[in-house]
Design a protein around this ligand. Sequence first.
Ligand code: F0G
Length: 459
Amino acid sequence: MDFKTIIEPFRIKTVERIRLTTPQEREVFLQNAHFNPFLLRSDQVIIDLLTDSGTSAMSSEQWAGIMRGDESYAGASSWLRMEKAVQDLTGCPYVLPTHQGRAAEHLLYSRIGGPGKVFVSNTHFDTTRANIEFSGATAIDCPIPENRDPSLLHPFKGNLDTAQLLDQIARNGAENMAAVILTVTNNSGGGQPVSMQNARDVAEICKKYGIRFILDACRIAENAWFIKHREPGFENATYREIAQQMFALADGCIMSAKKDALVNMGGFLALRDLDLAVQCRTVLIITEGYSTYGGLSGRDMEAIAIGLEEVFDADYLHYRIKSTEYLAEKLHELGVPIMRPAGGHAVYVDARVFYPEIPLDQYPGQVMVCELYRLGGIRCCEIGSVMFGKYDADGQLIPATMDLVRLAIPRRVYTQSHIDYVVETFGELVKHRDKKTGYKITYEPPFLRHFTARFKAVV
Ligand code: F0G
């Protein structure tokens, strides 16, 4: 029998109190945070959907591993365990531990990037792009065209457009292509999956032209779920085998362990090329730490080794993807415009469509994140003109291509009743959909303004 209720495939042994605030309290908190949820304190939040990164609940096995952590400077047993777990999964012999994903990006992209070099990706995540551009190189996003239409259904909306890739190779010359980066799942492109066929096609092109193929693998277990259930030929493969097949196509990978390794901190770079690994290892030792711990404690490495096993558990992945899909479908039923189909780790709401009357320079996405906080104490992130907007010569806003709001779901943290509460809050939001005004920015720093910008309501 197929039960409809998504049960969490774990019992709860330790609990963390959520302070249930009142709407009156939240109004004050929001004003004190200058209408920017990034400036709220976490104990002012009821359900925190700001990110799925580093917010996972660890298992009792991982906590046991934390106690076993070997804190030796060199050759710690915890490092050997993590190294083996990464080698077994990725097939890459050279593993470099780092304190998180972007540190691994810095190691690799500062080596292979530089002025005149070009990177192509299905969509570069912000820190990936920043590391590439910081080296002087250029980062070009080439998602398939379907990715740009939020409501269009496609099983692998995160795929890279291989025709555009070929075009970029022809334009820039294969010798100037530093790497092709496949981000699985495609976070900035809506958390959408990438098919094995797409990865194979990319690998073949890269091989033909002698270009490095790197996987940004931080959500590769979630991606494997979509392949098993949507791509013919994988019905009988395990999630882990699917991930291993995808890793086998690439020359190396970067992983922020804060996602699918189910830990709160950590990451790694894994490579097949010894020469490149030696070069990156030199930077690792200078900037992160000795090569057998990078920026990590022994206990962190122990927890990563265990998390990389646990994440491929079939019951866990089923619960994970189905609970994200559940939220997406409930919001769709309420008439809330969302990016469809649902991604693996998050639901993306189209705030521009939800609030058609709010001018773009009054930030409809910011209105939605503030309203969700006011109504339900839910914290989430604007991914739109606050995050990506620029100004023209006259100081007028050049809006982002979309004004989305991301509801990112932490792993193993919230139960179905928490998600039902989020749905109920959206039910209230829908009743006040006729808003006509939004916010103006009163303070913004020159870079990454969304983290610290301050706003005031337009009345
Ligand atoms: N690549 C992708 C696809 C990511 O989503 C992230 C982080 C990184 C690299 C960088 O990893 O944070 O460990 O340095 N994404 C987080 C998010 C921050 O909220 O989506 P990191």
